[in-house]
Write a protein that binds this ligand. Structure first.
Ligand SMILES: [Zn+2]
Length: 417
């Protein structure tokens, strides 16, 4: 697996921190023996990620799950990435409610892929009543590592160039490159040598949209274009599910956020995960989006989030990190994200943002964070399968504590999710 070089500045800073620690070991604890206040760094580093599942391993594991499940899990290639890597979907269950799950649209946000594999193993092989109910009531379609090019580069964006885009869409020959085409430095990765896109701004709620030069360069508050083969592949799966089920009941997209956010009431507790169901301005009140107002169901998205929140809180006694869940900022308007676009098409959409991307935490908390994602997904799927989700109070969502400040030493330089 090829790994990008983090910026020289990051390497130098890492050396500086290391030598400081070596020189002054006594600062680790205060004189009273109490632990020193927790430190946290957002400074990009080059950290190992081999414990995460890479693209080749994903193919092998999906094949194995399909085989041991006796066909309960059905794996398909739904397309190829810009660099020709397979994009796979795995489908399980025959129920009337369609649930779409995606991970690793940002290649430095890897826990979701491992959580989805765990979930597929469970639904594919368990004879527990829970797994049976999921299979009876749900049709689960997971697209793990939907952006394999960025995943293999272990960075946020892929390496599709603007020339690649114009070659594919000649009508864009005179257009300005998209605003989400990276050509500079980001999260310690040097895109000037290897430019690429944040494809989580490449979606459009108009599922039949084709790129038009007049719509470029666009902004974060605009819709995207389905320029990338990856977003097209996910869109095509979404359209197929709409044709089959009428609507895609639930859509969950799995991400990571900054490493240094703390709880609003306690600067010593890091936020394990932030969640959200709100990604776009209310279409009923937004010129140009009125056509989506009837389908859009923010209350249902809130109920799904409450299901995830309750599942984690319910296990927080044994696993205190599950107690550190916060609400992601609600003031975002991102119709070019998968979450925004699919929410406008009537799906209950849920964002998970676990702590720390690979350039800050590497694989350090992999198991804990994968468990967090899995437990949240379990809460959602169980609640949708049983129908209990309809009894949950959306007001509980509004009472989830907001994310506290970041105590990191480096200003956040990129929009999330
Ligand atoms: Zn992300």
């Amino acid at each position: 697996m090829s790994r990008p070089k983090r910026s020289l500045a990051a390497v130098v800073a890492g050396v500086a921190v290391l030598s400081l620690v070596t020189a002054v070991p006594a600062t680790a604890q205060s004189a009273t023996g109490a632990p020193a206040a927790q430190k946290c760094s957002d400074e990009p580093q080059d950290l190992p990620v081999h414990e995460f599942t890479d693209h080749r391993e994903l193919g092998g594991e999906l094949e194995r799950i399909e085989r041991v499940s006796g066909g309960v899990v059905d794996v398909d290639e739904i397309g190829r990435s810009n660099r020709g890597r397979e994009i796979w979907s795995a489908r399980a269950g025959s129920g009337p409610k369609a649930v779409l799950l995606t991970s690793e649209i940002h290649g430095n946000e890897k826990t979701g892929t491992d959580a989805l594999l765990r979930l597929l193993r469970f639904v594919g092989t368990s004879d527990s009543p829970k797994a049976e109910r999921w299979r009876d009531e749900l049709t689960i379609v997971a697209i793990p590592k939907m952006n394999p090019d960025a995943a293999e580069l272990d960075r946020r964006g892929n390496d599709m160039t603007w020339d690649d885009v114009v070659q594919r869409y000649p009508q864009l020959a005179d257009a300005e490159p998209a605003w989400n085409y990276y050509t500079g430095e980001l999260q310690g990765d040097d895109y000037s040598q290897r430019p690429g896109f944040d494809i989580n701004r490449d979606y459009n709620p108009d599922l039949s949209y084709e790129p038009k030069a007049a719509d470029f360069p666009g902004t974060s508050a605009d819709t995207g274009w389905y320029l990338s083969p990856e977003t097209r592949a996910v869109r095509d799966v979404y359209i197929g599910l709409e044709e089959e089920f009428g609507t895609v009941d639930t859509y969950v997209d799995l991400h990571h956020q900054g490493a240094c956010y703390v709880m609003p009431d306690d600067p010593d507790r890091f936020v394990t995960m932030s969640i959200s169901g709100k990604f776009v301005d209310d279409p009923a009140q937004t010129p140009g989006y009125e056509e989506y107002a009837d389908e859009y169901d923010l209350d249902y998205a809130k109920q799904l989030n409450v299901a995830a929140y309750n599942a984690l809180q319910g296990k927080a006694n044994k696993n205190p990190l599950f107690g550190n869940i916060t609400l992601y900022p609600q003031d975002i308007n991102l119709p070019g994200t998968g979450l925004g676009s699919f929410a406008l098409n009537g799906s209950g959409a849920v964002l998970f943002e676990v702590r720390g991307q690979t350039q800050t935490l590497g694989q350090k908390y992999r198991e804990q964070l994968v468990r967090t994602v899995y437990t949240g997904l379990d809460g959602i799927l169980s609640s949708v399968a049983s129908g209990q989700v309809d009894n949950l109070d959306p007001a509980v969502y509004d009472a989830i504590p907001p994310r506290g400040p970041s105590i990191g030493d480096r200003a956040r330089t990129v929009a999330e999710p």
